[in-house]
Structure formats: structure tokens, C-alpha cells
Design a binder for this molecule. Structure first.
Ligand SMILES: Nc1nc2c([nH]c(=O)n2[C@@H]2O[C@H](COP(=O)(O)OP(=O)(O)OP(=O)(O)O)[C@@H](O)[C@H]2O)c(=O)[nH]1
Length: 134
């Protein structure tokens, strides 16, 4: 069966202690309770970078710019209803303090500790890339 591709962009915020920010999805909804990287769907006509800057503002209340977004890796994963294609960026410079505007909780964790937090299956291969980088 053919599947449509869903383009979602995600960001790994990295702090001065090399910890990364994860955000817990609200309970009940799709993948409820799982921990993810902030981000969301790229809207028609939007660049991935513009989408990410918009999502970081909406979800966390932080602002950043394209020059502060460095490509890290991507996820490509078939879910039941769509195939997720998710470019993942690293950001080390932003303004504001992240607050959970759409998530249940936020947490700064060391990359090696990401395995202790249940994440969407698409994210699991990203953990090794983060451990290598940080
Ligand atoms: N932001 C984000 N989304 C992810 C990650 N991993 C992953 O599989 N996804 C999936 O990518 C999609 C992101 O869509 P989204 O956050 O804009 O939308 P949503 O499902 O929360 O709700 P919506 O459809 O009502 O906007 C979801 O299906 C989400 O589960 C991740 O690390 N970060």
C-alpha cells in the first residue's frame, strides 16, 4: 500500500552543559506521554527552517534564527498512517527560557540518558547520533 510522506521538522536544543531538551506529548493523543524533540509539520510554502523557528516560538516561547540551526540527521520511519520524514537540527543559541506551552513537561537530559525516556520509534536511531556529537 502506498503511504504519503509527512514532512516534520525537529530541533535538539543543546545547553552549555551539553544537555538536550525533550518535551513530553500530552496524554491521550497520538503517541501520548512519549518524549519528543520540539518541532512539527512543515506547512505548504514554508521552508523547514522557518517551520522550526515558528514551532519553537509556539511550543516553547523561544526565538532563534536560521543561522543558529545546524543540520544533524534525519528520521525516516513508516507509521501506520504515513511515512515520517523528519530533518533534525541542532540549536545552541536562542533567546528566552523554554516553557511547556503545548507539552505536558520539558526536561534537559544528557544524550546517554535519552534511553530512559520513551520516545517515538522514529526517534530511537537519533540517540546514537546525539551521543556521538555531544
Ligand atoms: N515534533 C516531533 N514530532 C515527532 C517526533 N518524532 C515523531 O515521530 N514525531 C511525529 O511527527 C508528527 C508531528 O506532528 P505534530 O507534532 O505537528 O502534530 P501532532 O500529531 O502533535 O498533532 P496535530 O496533527 O494535531 O498537529 C507526529 O505524528 C509525531 O508523533 C519528534 O521527535 N518531534
Amino acid at each position: 500500500m502506498s503511504q504519503s510522506i509527512l514532512l516534520v521538522v525537529a530541533c535538539v536544543l543543546v545547553d552549555a552543559d551539553r544537555r538536550v531538551l525533550i518535551a513530553q506529548r500530552p496524554p491521550g493523543g497520538s503517541m501520548g506521554g512519549l518524549w519528543e524533540f520540539p518541532g512539527g509539520k512543515v506547512e505548504p510554502g514554508e521552508t523547514p527552517e522557518a517551520a522550526l523557528i515558528r514551532e519553537l516560538e509556539e511550543e516553547l516561547g523561544v526565538s532563534t534564527k536560521t543561522a543558529c540551526l545546524a543540520p544533524l540527521s534525519f528520521a525516516s520511519h513508516s507509521y501506520e498512517k504515513f511515512h515520517l520524514l523528519m530533518p533534525v537540527y541542532v540549536c545552541r543559541k536562542w533567546q528566552g527560557t523554554p516553557e511547556p506551552r503545548e507539552h505536558t513537561a520539558l526536561k534537559w537530559v544528557r544524550p546517554q540518558a535519552l534511553r530512559d525516556y520513551p520516545m517515538p520509534p522514529a526517534d530511537e536511531p537519533l540517540i546514537a547520533a546525539l551521543c556521538d556529537l555531544l
